[in-house]
Design a binder for this molecule. Sequence first.
Ligand code: NAD
Length: 260
Amino acid sequence: AMIVRLPKITERIFKAAKKLKVIARHGAGYDGIDLDAAREHNVVVLNAPGANSISVAELTIFYMLYCSRNFKLVQKTYVDDYYFAKMKTKKNELNGKTLGLIGIGNIGSLVAKIAALGFDMKVIAYDPYVKKEELPEYIELVGNREKVFSDSDYVSLHIPANKDTINSIGSKEFKLMKKTAFLINTSRGSVIDEHALYDALVNGEIAGAALDVLREEPISKDNPLLYLDNVLTAPHIGAATREAAARASLYCAMGIDDFF
Ligand code: NAD
């Protein structure tokens, strides 16, 4: 058995690892594993869904709060210009605002719960694979994806990266969003068209963004998003807590134990 986190497990590795029977991926999704090659070599691939959900959900709320207080700009300016930072930068509460979720699986559901029950936010969600009856009453499932972009003060992405979702958030979506709205992405960088996002941010089509994940990781120093005052970026730290790592390790070990 093999436990992996980020490395790519390619056809070449399956060919070389003649005794390999099972791979457990330390986290959600099967990123980096060539699933066709696994199938061909009769290797079972497991993951640890849900092990890091609460960590990612907490981080999503952190990013929403960070955006709501314009905190990157406040932090950058307050020593030199105390009153600008305190009085002139735009700041809002989360309370009473609308949170729109794209994807309402493990992480999206937890974000919805904290936002609705903790911050009194209105929560709407778009997810074509979830039924209304499966959701608690504080989440309004909408059939129209555009509504999430047009009606929300915060749009948060919780979808897997696949052929339907890669590059699925671009200029059309940003134009639908309110000028005062923020985009939060803790899912996968590839779902966003980053050039379109940069344009939307610079042209004031949306108020700001918080990106835990980017198309290129580690981030390049040339990425222009790094230098915008209304964009927060981070090195994919959603699952990087001690608790999430411990749970993912345990789930991987349990999965392998079950397999054998
Ligand atoms: P999940 O499988 O529980 O939920 C994903 C949801 O997306 C599902 O309900 C599915 O029906 C929905 N979905 C699929 N295609 C969709 C579409 N086209 N439009 C709308 N909804 C769609 O997964 P999860 O554990 O909640 O993870 C969500 C995302 O977060 C994944 O991309 C995962 O890789 C990512 N993630 C990031 C970190 C991090 O460190 N930032 C950590 C863990 C997971």
